[in-house]
Design a protein around this ligand. Structure first.
Ligand code: SIN
Ligand code: CO
Length: 380
């Protein structure tokens, strides 16, 4: 188990989404959740997103995985980065759980990195919040202030920026954490062979929201209202200010009506950017078999990275799981809360399900879809 050695509520008030923070010894007696050779092994897999960044003086070459071996990269000046390690390596899940003082919908993934001396990805700006956790080895981090930073190569879409004046310049050691909100330029340089972890959090952009909203309105056959004017401009070639406003108010109305946006938000925010390791068993489980397994002490475990979300003030009994709506009749809110908040359900907690046939069926269905598994399964 990993326990973050900070006052999380004070952190949210003073730093979260606002300003960077170095937390020395944020994890006491930190132990790497994954070994370098295991990480290298994950990067051999086709379905796992990985890359090696090679430092070449003042430039960085990116080689996309999968990788069979690393000999070509030599002894120094490169870094392996593997995304969504929490999906593929269950032991890393405990590190993610230390950050569940922030809501699951914001969480993106756990990226793990192995870096050789001189390795780094270059000075860049992310559009998400990141907690960088140092494992074995040492890395020096510089963080600059927010503001206008010139993009490298004058490419406005590149995350790489020119060198910046640091407001933080720190060497991270095992158990130290650096928190960086979106927009702050930063750059890590590896001093000795190092393992480090980035816990990323992101929120949807307006582009993503509008795309999803449009799809959702089409699916649910809503959003047909059109602009209706009360006055007309004096000149025919003009789109008047009041018409501009009135047309855009149609969107505001949608944004103010939970019936128009709630399902869309639940689906969008429960999706995952990275592939999940769906744990489908060979034979579907029956409700009776599940009951028996629970009675024998089985733990019902969510697969790594799966989002199970509830909407506050929802008029329906439902959960949003991996971009889909699951409507539950005859199930109490306690059960929905348990599924949404616990990544694992102990046999004692599962008793609320086993006492209710409809609920047991739902749980059986989620297991058979490979979204949950019994902890003694070999998906663990
Ligand atoms: C790194 O570990 O060098 C990249 C992490 C980050 O900048 O977010
Ligand atoms: Co970054």
């Amino acid at each position: 188990m990993y326990t973050l050695n900070i006052d999380t509520q004070a952190f949210i008030k003073q730093h979260w989404q606002q300003k960077p923070l170095v937390i020395k010894q944020a994890f006491i007696d930190f132990e790497d959740p994954i070994a370098a050779d295991e990480l290298a092994g994950l990067a051999c897999e086709e379905e796992i997103s990985s890359r090696v960044v090679v430092t070449k003086g003042d430039d960085w070459d990116v080689v996309q995985g999968p990788f069979e071996d690393y000999d070509q990269f030599g002894e120094d000046n490169w870094q392996l980065l593997v995304q969504a390690v929490n999906h593929w390596y269950p032991d890393s899940q405990a590190l993610v759980e230390a950050f569940r003082f922030l809501p699951d919908w914001r969480f993106d993934d756990l990226m793990a990195s192995f870096a050789t001396p001189g390795g780094g990805v270059g000075p860049h700006i992310d559009n998400y919040d990141v907690f960088i956790i140092q494992g074995d080895g040492e890395r020096r981090w510089k963080v600059g202030d927010k503001g206008q930073h010139k993009r490298r190569g004058d490419n406005p879409n590149s995350p790489l920026v020119d060198d910046f004046e640091p407001i933080i310049d720190v060497v991270l050691q095992k158990g130290d954490v650096l928190y960086i909100p979106p927009g702050y330029p930063h750059c890590g340089e590896t001093l000795s062979l190092a393992l480090s972890y980035s816990i990323g959090f992101r929120a949807p952009s307006q582009q993503e929201l509008l795309t999803e909203l449009a799809d959702s309105l089409i699916d649910s056959n809503q959003g047909h209202k059109r602009f209706n004017s009360v006055d007309e401009p004096a000149t025919p070639g003009m789109i008047s200010q009041s018409h501009q406003q009135g047309i855009m108010d149609l969107l505001t109305q949608l944004a103010q009506d939970p019936a128009s946006y709630q399902t869309m938000l639940g689906k969008l925010l429960s999706q995952n950017r990275f592939e999940l390791d769906i744990c489908e068993g060979e034979e579907p489980l029956t409700a009776d078999e599940l009951l028996e397994a629970i009675e024998q002490g089985a733990i019902i475990q969510r697969i790594g990275g799966l989002k199970v979300l509830q909407l506050e003030n929802d008029n329906e009994q439902r959960l949003f799981i991996n971009g889909e709506v699951y409507t539950f009749a005859n199930v109490t809110n306690d059960m929905l809360q348990l599924l949404a908040n616990q990544v694992r359900i102990t046999p004692e907690e599962a008793s609320v399900f086993t006492a209710n046939a409809a609920a047991l069926d739902i749980l059986t269905g989620l297991l058979n879809q490979g979204l949950f598994y019994l902890a003694e399964d070999d998906c663990e």
